[in-house]
Design a protein around this ligand. Sequence first.
Ligand SMILES: [Zn+2]
Length: 493
Amino acid sequence: MRIAVGALLFEGNTFSLSRTTIQDFQSHYFFEGEDFISSLRGGEIEVSGAISVLDAVGAEIVPLIATHGGCGGTVMRACFDELKNRLLARLDCGALDGVFLALHGAMICEGTENAEVELLEAVREKVGSVPIVITCDLHAHITPKMISLCDAIVGYEHYPHDDVFETGVRGAGLLVKAVSGSVKLSMQMKKLAMLVTPTMAGTRADTPMREAYKACRALESLPGILAVSYFPSTPWAERPDGGTAFVLVSDGRHALQDLIFERLCGDLWNERARFLPQLTTIDDALQEGKKIDAGPIILSEMSDAVGAGAAGDSAYLLQKYMTSGLTESFLVQIVDAGVVDLARARGVGAHIDCQLGNKVENRHGAPVSFSAEVLGFHDGAFIYSGGPMAGTSSTVGAAVVLRHKNIVVLVTSRPAYEYADEQYAAAGIDVRGFKFVVVKNPMNYRQAYSWAPRLYALDTPGAGRADLTKLEWRQCVRPFYPLDDSVTPIYRD
Ligand SMILES: [Zn+2]
C-alpha cells in the first residue's frame, strides 16, 4: 500500500487587514523532504496520526509537504502557488494507492474562490481515481465541490482542538479501509444558513455543539456509518454560501441519510439562540474585576485573536486601561515590529517613547502614545503545549517587554496563533503575577486559564468580533442566522 501524506492548513479572515505570505507558514511548522517522516512520526498533529496508522499496516508513505500557516488575512497568490506547486511536485512519484491530506478548510486566498477546492482539483488530476481522504478543522467551510473531489472528509470532534492527532488517525483509518476494499466510501453533506460565533460553540461546555458532538458520536456506532462531522465554520472567513455543515461518510449510501441530516440540522437550528454571545464591556469588566480579591482577571479581547485571523496588534484595551485610572497591574500582548526595533536600538533599561499598536488594524483607534522602560528581550520562539499545532515550534519574532508604571506590554514582531500562555511564558512573564491579563483568543483561554478567578469575554471591535451582527457583511447571501431568523431551518442548497 503506497500512500501520499501531506498537510496544508490556514484559517483565513476576510474582515482582517493583514496579509499572509510564505514567512507566515515558515514561522509555524513546515516539513518537506528528508525530515518529513522522521520529524512527524511520534508527533501530535494530523500527519503524525496518519503516519501511526500507515506504519501499523506496513504502508509505504510518500511524503508531500506539511505546513500550517496559522490564521490571518488573505493568503497572497505567490504564497499559495508556491505551497501548492511544492505539494503537487511530490505527487510525481509513480503510482499511488491513496492520498491523505490534512487541510484546515477555511483558507482565503487571492485569485481563487476556494483554495482547498483548487488544491483538491489539482491533486485529483494528478492521482486519478484512487481514494483521497482529508481531515479538516471543524471551522472549515465545506462545499459540495469539496465533497465531490475527495472520498471522505473527517473533522476535528473537539473545540478547543485537542484531538488533532486523533483526527489524523481516524482519517487515515478510513483511507486504509477504502484502499484495502473493506468499505466503499460514500459522502454526503447538508448545510444550514447559520453562522455561530466560536466563543459560544465549544464542544466541552454546555452548548448546542456539545449536543451535536454527542449525536454524531452516537450515529457513528450504527452499522454502515463511518464518520459524522460538524463544521460550524469560522464566521470571519466570509463566503456567499457560508453556514454550518454536517458531513456523513458511510459504507455505501446510507438508507437513513436524509433522516439523519434532518435531525442533526433541526436540533441545532432549534437551539440557535444559545449561540448568541454573552459579552461584557471593558468598563464593566474592569469595575467588577477590581472588586475580586484575587487574580488574574482574564480579559479576552477575542476580536483581535490571531487565531481568528485578526492582526494581533490592537492597543484598544491598553488605551482603555491607561485612561481607566486603575493602579492594579495589567498585562497585554501587542504586535508591533517597529516598536521592537526601536527598543532594541536603545537596549535594556532604556526609556522609550513610542506609538504602539493599531497599525495593521487601524480602524478602531490610532496608535497609543506609550512611554515605557525596556525590561528585556526575547527571540520569540516557543513550543505549543496543545491545540492544532501541539508540540510544534513557532515564533512571534523578536520581542520586547515594556513597562509603564503598573502596565506591562509584551510587544512582538509577528502575530502567532495563541493556544495557552506559551508566548507570555517564553518571554519570562508569569501571568499569575498580574491583576488583569489580556488574552486574544475566543475559546482556548477558558481551558488555559480555567484556574483564574474570573474570565470575561469582551465586546470589543476588530476582525474577530464575537457579536456577528456588528460585522460589515458583504458576501454572505441572506437570509442567514443570526442576521435573519426563521422558525424552520434555513438551508444552503
Ligand atoms: Zn478551528
